[in-house]
Design a binder for this molecule. Structure first.
Ligand code: GDP
Ligand code: MN
Length: 393
């Protein structure tokens, strides 16, 4: 009897440990927020990014490697629209991208601003990279509110947006920024001979070592657009974006690509109220603070016509159309969906969302975590719909 007690205690401990083990392997890796329609997505295997799917392909070609002949580099730049006051945030983002990727490839940086960059900004950003930095001022005709925007209507519209709690509603520069990023940046003379860009914002984070030339990957695999995060938008910022798009399609039905992602653009099952408030648009979009893309698409006749149609309709100012939904709708309708690539292997954060791969190459983010904000933010993930309608690419 004297040894029975310790044996029983040991047995109990073993059972408890076994239960804990079972719980850890059963527990879903991404906690989900409220919202019944999301329950069945918890086990979506696509939501557990597991590294570089193209890794082998990439490694066999010496042209992708960091030590490749510099002439193997392609026509591309890192690109940032940024204010002088955001210098510290820009240095932080640059530091991350240089450390994880660009010190191996030395692609140039091109900085844009509607006012000249300060000497301090130029000195400190250039000191953060071995690559060349270029500093460009945006011409007034690309930045100023266009002549056809009615000031009274603009002021009235801002009140409605504010009542609807639309962030940055009454900040004119935010509307200008969204319009420039939608349809003007690639028309800047400094980019005239440039084909690819990687958009970088101040304060973003990069977590994973990336050892291949992503621009070459885009070019050799015939990709137009690369994203990391795919979200729902605030429907009240874009009530007439889809109606205007529908008018445009009616006028140019031949512009629709036969292998388009229309289902992703117009889904109303997963978040019906978003589709309803956006008048037919799912609001799903590639989060454009990260973009790796081929400007050939933005420079095509179809995108030029689409942007001009939207620009004339005035929604960049009377509503708060973002460059993310505008780019995403255009890609979803007018581009071959197989040319859109999810960079699952690029660990990325722009507050409050992450793309955090499951890979030993990543440090500083929690594998598979989508947000470190409040739980309801998990509902904002639209990747499950991208995988459902388009796949992994
Ligand atoms: P959010 O990500 O939607 O909250 O918007 P941000 O404030 O991050 O702006 C998006 C990008 O545009 C960032 O790279 C900013 O630095 C840049 N940006 C926004 N407004 C202006 C502006 O008025 N002038 C300049 N030069 N850059 C701007
Ligand atoms: Mn931002």
């Amino acid at each position: 009897m004297a040894i029975a007690k310790p044996v029983r205690a040991l047995g109990l401990a073993a059972i408890l440990m076994w239960c804990f083990f079972l719980y850890t392997i059963w527990r879903p890796s991404t906690p989900m927020g409220p919202g019944d329609s999301l329950k069945n997505l918890e086990r979506d295997p696509n939501l557990d990014p597991t590294g570089e799917p193209e890794g082998n392909l990439v490694r066999v070609s010496p042209a992708y490697a960091p030590d490749a002949n510099p002439s193997a580099r392609i026509n591309a730049t890192l690109l940032a629209l940024v204010r002088n006051e955001e210098l510290q945030g820009m240095l932080q983002a640059m530091g991350d991208l240089e450390r994880t990727w660009n010190h191996k490839f030395n692609y140039p940086w091109t900085f844009f601003n509607e006012v000249p960059f300060s000497e301090e900004f130029k000195k400190k950003t250039q000191a953060a990279t071995k690559a060349e930095c270029r500093y460009e001022v945006i011409p007034a005709e690309h930045w100023d509110k266009p002549s056809w925007i009615n000031d009274d209507l603009y002021t009235e519209s801002m009140k409605i947006l504010k009542e609807n709690d639309i962030q940055y509603a009454d900040k004119l520069s935010y509307h200008q920024m969204c319009r420039w990023n939608s349809g003007l940046f690639y028309k800047h003379p400094a980019l005239e001979h440039m084909q690819f860009y990687w958009r970088v914002e101040p304060k973003v984070h990069f977590f994973c070592d990336v050892d291949y030339d992503v621009f070459r990957y885009m070019q050799d695999n015939n990709k137009t657009y690369g994203f990391t995060i795919n979200l729902y938008d605030a429907p009240k910022s874009i009530p007439t974006l889809w109606p205007e798009t529908s008018k445009f399609i009616a006028q140019h039905p031949h512009y629709l690509h036969k292998n388009n992602a229309l289902q992703w653009v117009t889904d109303k099952e997963r978040r019906p109220s978003h589709n309803e408030q956006a008048n037919g648009y799912s609001t799903c979009h590639f989060w454009s603070n990260f973009e790796i893309a081929d400007m050939t698409f933005w420079r095509s006749q179809v995108y030029e016509d689409y942007f001009n149609h939207l620009d004339r309709a005035g929604g960049f100012f009377y509503e708060r159309w973002g460059d993310a939904p505008v780019h995403s709708i255009a890609l979803g309708l007018f581009e071959d969906k197989s040319k859109i690539h999810w960079f699952r292997d690029i660990g990325y954060q722009h507050i409050p969302f992450f793309n955090c791969p499951n890979s030993p190459k990543c440090k500083g983010c929690v594998t598979g975590r989508f947000t470190d904000g409040e739980a309801w933010l998990n509902k904002e993930d639209c990747r499950p719909n991208w995988f459902k309608f388009v796949g992994m690419g």
